[in-house]
Each structure stands twice: as C-alpha cells, then as structure tokens.
Design a protein around this ligand. Structure first.
Ligand SMILES: [Zn+2]
Length: 648
C-alpha cells in the first residue's frame, strides 16, 4: 500500500466522485421517466396501441366578390374494415361489393387482409353509407369524409381548378391557395391490444378536424357567365379551335372574369371534353391520356403565349407619345408599305394604301407603316426599355400556377426589320394577360398593376384572417400620355377599325388585332379585340381572343361583335350609365335590330328580307341556301351592324 502514491489516491477519489455523479444522474433520470415525463411516455405507448381513423376537415370554400359560392363541400363517407373484428368475412364482402358496386373478388381480398384498418371505398354518398351502417356488420366502419363540389360545373374551370383524392388542390386557385383551404385532419383514436384488436373497455377519442379557410376572390360570377355565354357562341358559330375572354379592373388588377372555351366540368375533371378523344379513350396510352387532360386543363390566358398583332400598337403609340416622337396630329403617309433595310414590309391594306393621315387616324386605321416609323425613331434600345417597363419580360404575378412569360429576340439580334415588325406586334410572343396588364397601365395613368383573383381569406364566421395586398409595379407612361391614349383609342371604336364594338351612349376605347399564326401562310389566325370603358375613367378592360376562326378571321369583324355583346351586358350590370353625346342624339337611327332567323332560307329570300329591313349583310360561300348565320337569331345588334350568311 505504501506504493500508492499521492497521485493514485487522487485518482481513486476522482473515480469515486465520477461514479457518484453518474449514480445520482441515473436516479434523477428514473425519477424523470416515472413522473415528470410520464404523460408523454404514456402517450407514446397509447399511440402504439391505437389505430387512427382520419376525419377529413371541411375544405374552405371559394367564393366570388359578392359571396356567391364557387367551390364547396358535400358530406360523404368512407367505408373501411377491421380484419380482427370481422365475424363473417364472406357476408361482409358480399354486402359491401353489392352496396358499393365493387367486384366481390377485390373486396374479399381487402376484408381478409391482416392489417389494422383497410379502406374499401371513399366518397360514398350518405344514403348508401346509412344503409351500410344500419346493417351493423361487425368490423365494418363508416366514417365521415368530404367531397369537393362545384355548383356551377364548367364555370371558370381552368381558373378555379379542382382537388385530388385526398382533397388536395391540383390546378388553379385550388392549388395556389391550398395552404389556406385545406384545414387540418382530425382523427378517431381507438385503443387496441398489440394485435390490433379493439379493447373491450378501450378509450375512443375523437379529435375534431380544423376546417379550412374561405378564399374570397375578385371574380363576379355574373360577369363570368356573360363572358362564357358570349364566348361559347362565337367559338361555335365560327368553328374556332378555342377562345378566351378576360375582364379586369384596369385600376387595381382585380380580375372579374376569365373564360376559356372549350372548358371542362370541375365535378368530373378526368372526363375528357373532346368527343373524338372520348370515343377512342379506352385505346389510348396513359401518356396520351395525361397529355389530353393537361391540354384540357390549360388556362391559355396565362399558360400560353401568342403573337399579339395590332393590339400591341397601343404600346408603340404610347411609346411614341411619351418620347415626344409623335403627337395626336402628327402627319403620316401610307403608300401601302415601307422599305426597311432593303426589305419591303406591307401595310395590312396593301395593295391599297391609307394615304395621308394624322397619327390618330393611323391608329384608327391600324396602319402598319405608321408604327414602323415610330419603331425606327425609338430605336431598339428605347423599344426594349419600354418592353421591360410594360412588363413583357416578366410574369404578371397573377395568383395562378404555371404562368408563362413573353418570348422575345435578344436585343443584340434586333435589326431594323425585326424592330419594324415588332412595332406592329409581330415576331415576339406574350400571354394575353401580359397584354391586358400593359394596356391597363396605358389607360389608368401609367401604373402597372398586378392582375389577381385572391382578395382575402376569411374564417367560417366571416372574420378576416388575411387581406392580400398587391404591389403596383413600374410607372410605364405619364398621365398626359395616358389621357391622350384614351382619346385616341376611343376614336378607334367610334370611327376606326373597332367600330363593330361601338355602342351609342357608351364611351368605349379599344384596338383590334388579326394575328397570323406560325407557320405563316398556314391560313390560321387569332382574331382579338381589347376594349375598355368608360373611356375617360376606365372601370373595366376586356380582352376577347378567338383562336382559328373559320371563314372571316379579321379581329374587328370576328371579335368586335363579341366585344360589343359582352359590353352590352357587362356595362349596365356594372351600373355604368349610357350618356349620349350630341352626335349620337342627332342620329335618329340609334335603333337596334333583333337578328331574324335566316337559316334554311334560300339566299334570294334572305336577301329580300334583309333589304326590306334595311339590314346590312354579307354572303359567305356560293351555295343557294343559308346554312348558318352570324350573329345568331334573336341577338340584338346595332342599326349599322352586319349579318353574315354562310351558304356552304
Ligand atoms: Zn396603311
């Protein structure tokens, strides 16, 4: 022992101390497990021995600006089985397969599965669920569930979107606002033994689900319906591939309506809307099916780009005025075209020309050389600076998934020819919503707004949870340019190429466009019209697009009457009153014509009738009998409106 050094003694003491500390720690730990933390450990053990049955929360509603319901829920049920509790598996499988319209073989497989809980069918209607519940079959569970329903079926389908199997948003507003709408699942906890058998006196606990919040949108379902009815008519009458209409408040970006045709039924989003595809559906590959469905769900007002054509002349005009290159009275001369860098670029009126005209008349005539000249004076640098200011190089920020953005030449690749064609709206692509936003800034005093649908989130009692604020972007043009543009664009409708939209009493401004689709010379066009009213203080801006109309394809003639019909419904609905100017009061013929039904008449009979009524008409085709007509019968048109008779 004498050998033990002082150092060693110290070591022993040290180890004893360490041991004591460790021992104390263990005691504390045991005490901690038994008492302080007991609740948590018990809960863990409890959860191991319970079986959760989830309760779907009510998904928040989507409503329009006036509280009209656009998306809501229906109570449905889900049917499950608990294998260990089943007494007669054959009987259970027989009853469930009959009541739920399922194959017996599939059901019995699930019934015999040795799992705690097996789902047989979801979204079962209440009536069927009650029948099953009343049979009191041991081991069969009938639980609450939620099914999303859309009372207006096809209305605004590509905008609203729909939900998947578990009520999660898939596209549109349903996807964008899923976090707010979805709520939180609740559950029914049932205590079981280790084998999953429910304990005789086990605790049943119901944790209530938390319902989702309601999304209040800027949509107005009446305006949406006006837009859809008008659009559907023209798409059908013109045999067009598709069409779209957007109605927006140009002052703040609130979207009142966004219609696309064809559309689909939100209550059956996996049913294809195309008859040809439907007939062949079973033979299609899954990939082709998915592609077709994705195409059907596309919102081409924001997901697709197009060449805007002459509606873009609004931008070039604003650039010219803002930069002092032109005034409303500047003088131009159209000779039917203009030579740019050795290349002759035609006016749309070629081989005829617009001759001598003021800048304002040039806009009324939609004369291409006028805009080529402005483009030339601006130069590529300035032109691109404005393209950026007008937001064509960025997304609009609309609150929908999948927004596309403009496609433009790189500035360094823009020569005189590219600049000339861009000046009248060709050789670049933008989305319809980008155009609407840019034109809004020209007529609202120069503010680039953020187009949007969502305005606020409320709870079930109407308490506001969150209000969405949308930032205002660049200043695009001065107030002075904006004032001048409103006057010029009003004259396009009252005197120029937009006259098919003229409604006596309403001050409407606008611009038409006929875009030739790519590849050129394929004979495919997009007819469009962008208009706003009242011109002096615009409350609504609208864009009508008709993609691939058959027969006459000019924007003014195809989209013009559509815009007129739309505004004739929308402006009175918005309580915008007619105010006749002196000129209009002077014209006795502010009469309106109810279009007669001419279908199946001989061309001679139809001509005679229309001449007697002093109605202007045009005959398309060389047949003897009127096959279709536009506008359709009972439509009301202006006294100087025209009826087109198709005879082939
Ligand atoms: Zn011209």
């Amino acid at each position: 022992m004498n050998n033990i050094s002082i150092n060693s003694k110290k070591k022993i003491i040290f180890y004893l101390l360490v041991f004591q500390i460790a021992f104390v720690f263990l005691i504390v730990r045991v005490f901690f497990i038994q008492s302080i933390n007991a609740e948590e450990y018990q809960k863990m053990a409890y959860e191991q021995q319970t079986r959760d049955r989830l309760i779907a929360p009510k998904r928040g509603e989507i409503v329009d600006r006036n509280g009209n319901v656009i998306a809501t829920n229906e109570s449905v049920y889900s049917i499950s089985v608990i294998n260990s509790q089943i007494e007669d598996s054959e009987k259970v499988a027989t009853v469930l397969s009959e009541k739920l319209d399922l194959k017996y073989e599939d059901v019995i497989k699930k019934v015999n599965k040795k799992v705690a809980l097996e789902r047989i069918k979801t979204k079962v209607p209440k009536e069927t669920a009650d029948e099953i519940r009343n049979l009191n079959l041991a081991g069969v569970m009938v639980d609450e569930d939620i099914k999303r329903i859309y009372p207006n079926n096809n209305m605004a389908s590509q905008v609203i979107g729909f939900v998947g199997k578990d009520n999660q948003g898939i596209i549109g507003l349903e996807a964008k606002y899923d976090e707010y709408l979805k709520g939180k699942q609740g559950k029914i906890l049932t205590e079981t033994d280790a084998r999953g058998v429910e304990l005789k006196n086990g605790i049943q606990e119901r944790v209530a689900p938390t319902n989702g919040y309601t999304l209040v949108t800027s949509l107005d379902i009446n305006m949406q319906k006006y837009a859809e009815q008008t659009l559907e008519k023209v798409v059908e009458a013109k045999g067009a591939k598709r069409g779209s209409i957007i109605l927006m408040n140009p002052q703040n970006g609130e979207i009142y309506a966004m219609a696309n045709k064809p559309d689909f039924n939100l209550n059956e989003p996996f049913t294809i809307n195309n008859e040809d595809l439907k007939a062949n559906w079973e033979n299609m590959s899954q990939k082709d099916k998915n592609d077709a469905l994705n195409q059907m769900w596309r919102n081409f007002s924001i997901n697709d780009t197009y060449e805007p054509g002459s509606t873009f002349k609004v931008m070039t005009s604003a650039m010219g005025l803002e930069e002092g290159i032109v005034t409303p009275d500047s003088h131009f001369n159209c000779s039917g075209g203009k030579t740019v860098a050795g290349r002759y670029i035609k006016c749309w009126r070629s081989p005829r020309s617009h001759g001598s005209q003021t800048f304002t008349q040039g806009v009324q005539n939609s004369c291409n050389p006028v805009f080529m000249e402005i483009g030339e004076s601006l130069g590529a640098d300035k032109f691109y600076e404005y393209m950026e200011k007008f937001g064509f190089n960025e997304k609009t920020g609309v609150d929908l998934p999948g927004e596309a953005v403009g496609i433009m030449h790189k500035k360094e690749n823009v020569g005189p020819v590219e600049l000339a064609t861009m000046s009248f709206g060709q050789s670049f692509q933008i989305t319809p919503l980008q155009l609407l936003r840019a034109i809004s800034s020209v007529i609202n005093g120069g503010e680039l707004v953020t187009p949007h649908f969502g305005t606020k989130i409320i709870d079930e009692n109407g308490n506001v949870i969150e209000t969405f604020n949308y930032e205002k972007g660049n200043t695009t043009v001065s107030k002075e340019t904006s004032e001048q543009m409103k006057v010029i664009l009003e004259s396009v409708v009252s005197e120029g190429t937009g006259n098919k939209t003229y409604i006596p009493g309403f001050r409407i401004g606008g611009k038409t466009a006929t875009s030739e689709k790519l590849p050129r010379k394929s004979g495919k066009y997009i007819a469009s019209f962008c208009a706003f009213a009242p011109a002096e203080n615009p409350q609504v801006i609208a864009l009508v697009l008709v993609d691939e109309p058959q027969g006459i394809y000019y924007g003014g003639q195809v989209a013009g009457p559509v815009m007129k019909e739309l505004l004739e419904n929308v402006l009175p609905y918005m309580k915008i009153d007619k105010v006749y100017n002196e000129k209009e009061l002077d014209i006795e013929e502010t009469r309106e014509i109810v279009v007669p039904n001419l279908i199946n008449m001989t061309v001679t009979e139809a001509k005679k009738m229309l001449s007697e009524e002093k109605i202007t008409y045009e005959i398309d085709g060389s047949g003897d009998t009127v096959r279709t007509q536009f506008p359709p019968s009972d439509e009301v048109i202006n006294f100087d409106g025209k009826i087109i008779l198709y005879t082939n």
